[in-house]
Design a protein around this ligand. Structure first.
Ligand code: FES
Length: 951
């Protein structure tokens, strides 16, 4: 049917089927700022304004909009000038990946149109219709309040952002004192280089490309947790008009690989096929279809006949390891390292010891033992996995895909597709969030197979339900802790035994669990340490990489446990931690003993901001003055947790950058690093600009494309600023030297006597030439050549960032309801390149970590089917549910990274859950050993404690 409506002030006559949503119609018309995130109106990425009201267009029928006035993000900019909301979102880390940004801005605009002077709470209520998985909502709320003030013509006085504080020399053990040299671009909160396109809804994401002849792919997924496919017949599906290809395991060569996007040789087991004759979890792939429309593809899925031999399934990791358990990978063509033994359902096994832990326990005055349990949780980027495959004009396969690891994708799927890596080009457009789940190769192989089969472009985009059920998640673990201390609070023995559940495939099984030991256990000095771990295959959806990568599990156990140890010693838990934690000058012994899927290297601690971070948090939360009122139904307590993470994988992560100078004195920086919304493109531009003596906007960053940019292992392991940034500084130094040679000839002085600053090259006598003059001379006038270079960086050092988290928490002892009132996190991430982006990373991590602590959990029925694969039942924190959050930076200077940087992206995930659990103990005297801290779980623990006291 034909409908007429006004979109952004212009009349449109559109064709729409009765079932078409407003989202589908708007995107078809080229309004790419309207994003697709869930189909159920829960994520809010598709929010537009209809007749003055914010609506989610994915569950709003197009016909309902007939005659309506519709506003989308594309209509906000007037004559090239950003709307105040767009401007304020662009100035800060309110826009990270940017996928939710148009929806948030439209929800905010609807509010401001009606209420020009909203309160903080009113803004939060309005934004709560949109899920942001990247920010902690603080910067988006501030952006809306600032825009409201702009629209009213009033100045806005923001709440004072806590300044970064240097650690030392008054903080003993901090390491070298930060030298505030005359840095001009590094250390400044410069505007992100890519924000304008995100706040205006420009086509930047994978799905925003328009291709003629595009086919739509859909996957048939297993209804059984464990079954063999006895018969599969796709004849009827293939005969359906509009169907171009149907693939089953009978149509593809059997190639075994891992979906874990890691460096060669991959430490994860090779245990996956694109399509197999066996299914191992509910949601495992059975067949794939490419058709003219998504509806025809779905109809074709219903026509595929499958007969299964259903096999016994196992979901509990302990049961999976028992003799006689169903064997999940009984096929002969799997292989692995690190204790891998598929015949016993073991994906990986790890043993590491320093000193002699049993002897250590003999010398202990107190030994505490306790078991902790952490859940399976999902990354939930708002943009689901999506890949568009096509054959280019040279018949090479081009994959435009939302990935964190374009170079690993190309290398790993080449044999799966029967191609050489050079026959594939992987292009990473803007990514709508990743958090580790896009370090997995989930959709690229199927899109590639279907394009090779049909010769047509094919899009495979997962639904929100598929994203939950069939991608990857955080490994659930059971952790048994045993710690021995002497009476004066010195740790003498420390042991962790982990049983992890990797689900049906062993993606990241060895490496995630190695981190659980090498990060969490090793934070404290102890001469005798032992870490043991077994990772079991089960018939649940697979686990994999998730921001924090084994740290959040380990720190929940260690930090809860040491709180108990401190209480047993009657020591202040903060003082106990400060007495035992690592300081500058120490060595992390487990780093070398454990490695990360390959040989480990000594990790020297050269800088440590823990004492300064603890001091900031102590003051901010009021640690010393906090008194628990007793006898009330609602009790309040404060908990603390320390954390340590890594900065890149030593001896493994490598990044490269190339840089060339343009006629006008600007530079093209090409990097294989992938910006997930963290702002790494901006940070890399700042690093190059600092060396070259220009502003960050003079650096045009392009990332990343396997044909165009140099190699990079990708965005994971908190490596980008350190590794890729190191490559950028090296290449910029090379280019700066080349500029000095040309300028030296122009000024008739030695290149060594020149300095680059303010877009010019200065001689010591004050004479100068501009970079544009240097570029024009080198390209057009004398000794013509391209000023440019390429450089790489790898490091054997892994300078750890540190963090201290405090949680002020209220517990209703009658209902078990837990309300976190205030979270404070102070982070030592070395020198900070861009403070506002770093704070955005910390705030966003705090929100995700809070979900891990109190709300998020993948829940299954007895048949292994996930029962909450949607945002309604899987609870992600919304703007109006967040507590007050204070993020703070303690700056140290580490000699290994460029300008002294360390990582910031992952460490915020580590400390929130134990800090909240410790706060519950402080409030109620009840030790919570399992997360999430739901009212039901807390209520049960309170009841058990009361019962035990009566007995
Ligand atoms: Fe909100 Fe990424 S910026 S989801």
């Amino acid at each position: 049917m034909r409908i007429e409506l006004t979109i952004n002030g212009r009349r449109h006559r559109l064709e729409a089927a009765p079932s078409d949503t407003l989202l589908a119609v708007l995107r078809r018309e080229g309004f790419h700022g309207v994003k697709h995130g869930c189909d159920t109106g829960e994520c809010g990425a598709c929010t537009v304004i209809v007749n003055g009201r914010a609506v989610t267009s994915c569950n709003f029928l197009a016909v309902q909009a007939a005659g309506a006035v519709v506003e989308t993000i594309e209509g906000l900019q007037q004559s090239g000038v950003l709307h105040p909301l767009q401007e304020r979102f662009a100035q800060t880390a309110a826009t990270q990946c940017g996928f939710c940004t148009p929806g948030m801005i439209m929800a905010a605009k609807a509010l401001l149109d009606e209420n020009p002077a909203p309160t903080d709470a009113e803004v939060r209520r309005a934004l709560s219709s949109t899920i942001c998985r990247c920010t902690g909502y603080k910067q988006p709320v501030d952006a809306v309040l600032q825009a409201a003030a702009d629209l009213r013509g009033e100045p806005f006085v923001p709440e004072e952002t806590p300044a970064a504080t240097p650690a030392g020399p008054e903080a003993p053990g901090a390491g070298p004192v930060l030298t505030k040299t005359q840095l001009k671009v590094v250390g400044k909160s410069v505007r992100k280089v890519d924000n304008n396109k995100l706040v205006t809804g420009r086509p930047a994401f994978t799905d925003d490309i328009e291709l003629r002849g595009l086919l739509h792919a859909r996957l048939l997924m297993s209804p059984h947790a464990h079954a063999r496919i006895r018969r599969i017949d796709a004849t009827k599906a293939r005969l359906l008009p509009g169907v171009h290809a149907v693939l089953t395991h009978e149509d593809l060569p059997r190639v075994t690989y891992t979906t874990a996007g890691q460096s060669y040789p991959e430490p994860s087991p090779l245990d996956t096929r694109s399509l197999d004759n066996k299914v191992r979890f509910v949601g495992d792939r059975v067949a794939a279809v490419a058709a003219e429309t998504p509806e025809i593809a779905e109809e074709a899925l219903r026509l595929i006949e499958v007969e299964y031999d259903v096999l016994p399934a196992v979901f509990d990791p302990a049961e999976a390891l028992r003799p006689g358990a169903p064997i999940i990978h009984d096929e002969p063509d799997c292989s692995g390292i690190g204790g891998y033994d598929a015949s016993r359902n073991i994906a990986a096994e790890i043993h590491a010891q320093v000193g002699n832990v049993e002897k250590g326990f003999e010398h202990a005055d107190i030994v505490i033992e306790r078991t902790y349990k952490v859940p399976q949780v999902q990354q939930t980027p708002i943009e689901t996995h999506i890949c568009i495959a096509r054959l280019d004009e040279n018949n090479r396969l081009e994959l435009r895909t939302s990935t964190q690891v374009p170079f690993h994708v190309r290398r790993i799927i080449a044999p799966v597709l029967g191609l050489r890596p050079s026959q594939i080009r992987v292009i990473k457009p803007r990514i709508g969030g990743g958090f580790g789940v896009k370090q997995e190769i989930i959709v690229e192989d199927i899109a590639g197979h279907l394009t090779l089969r049909t010769g047509r472009p094919v899009k495979l985009e997962l639904s929100r339900e598929e994203e939950f059920m069939a991608t990857r998640s955080r490994h659930p673990q059971v952790l048994r802790m045993r710690t021995g201390v002497t009476e004066d609070g010195t740790m003498v023995a420390h042991e962790m035994v982990v049983l992890a559940n990797t689900g049906a495939y062993g993606s990241h099984a060895l490496t995630v669990q190695s981190n659980t030991g090498s990060k969490a256990m090793a934070l404290y000095r102890c001469p005798n340490m032992k870490f043991e771990c077994r990772v079991a295959y089960t018939n649940l959806p697979p686990a994999g990489a998730f921001r924090g990568y084994g740290g959040p599990q380990g720190f929940f156990a260690v930090e809860s446990h040491l709180d108990e140890v401190a209480n047993a010693l009657r020591m202040d838990p903060l003082e106990f931690r400060l007495k035992n934690c690592l300081r500058a000058g120490d060595v992390n012994p487990l780093a070398e003993a454990l490695g990360e899927g390959r040989e480990g290297f000594e990790q020297r601690i050269v800088s440590c901001g823990l004492p300064a971070s603890a001091e900031f948090g102590r003051q901010s939360i009021g640690w010393d003055d906090f008194r628990m009122p007793s006898g009330l139904q609602k009790r309040r307590g404060v908990g603390v947790a320390f954390a340590m993470h890594g900065t890149a994988i030593p001896g493994l992560d490598m990044g490269a950058a190339s840089l060339k100078m343009n006629d006008d004195g600007t530079f093209n920086l090409l990097v294989g690093a992938t910006d997930l919304g963290t702002g790494s493109d901006t940070v890399l531009a700042q690093l190059a600009a600092e060396v070259l003596g220009v502003q960050a906007e003079e650096i045009i960053v392009y990332s990343s494309d396997t044909d165009m940019t140099p190699f990079d292992t990708g965005a994971y392991a908190s490596s980008t600023t350190y590794i890729s940034g190191g490559a950028v500084v090296r290449v910029a130094e090379d280019v700066a030297a080349q500029i000095q040679v040309v300028a030296g000839a122009m000024l008739d002085v030695s290149p060594d006597d020149l300095e680059l600053r303010d877009g010019k090259v200065f001689a010591t006598d004050g004479r100068s030439v501009t970079l544009e003059e240097v570029a024009l001379r080198s390209l057009h006038q004398a000794n013509q050549h391209q000023i440019g270079a390429i450089a790489s960086k790898m490091s054997y050092d892994c300078p750890p960032p540190f963090a201290v988290t405090f949680a002020d928490t209220e517990v209703d002892v009658e209902t078990g309801e837990v309300q976190v009132k205030k979270l404070v996190m102070s982070v030592d991430a070395g020198r900070i390149v861009n403070p506002i982006l770093a704070l955005g990373q910390i705030e966003g991590g705090m929100a995700q970590a809070l979900g891990y602590a109190v709300a998020e959990e993948m829940v299954y029925d007895e048949a292994g089917r996930m029962v909450n694969p949607n945002f309604r039942d899987y609870r992600v924190f919304l703007a109006d549910e967040m507590p007050a959050i204070v993020a703070h930076l303690v700056e140290t200077e580490d000699p290994f990274g460029p300008y002294g940087v360390k990582a910031v992206a992952e460490i915020p995930m580590d400390g929130v859950a134990p800090a909240v659990a410790n706060a519950i103990f402080a409030a109620t005297g009840v030790r919570m050993t399992e997360i999430p801290l739901t009212p039901e779980r807390v209520w049960k623990a309170l009841q058990e404690s009361r019962r035990a006291k009566k007995e």
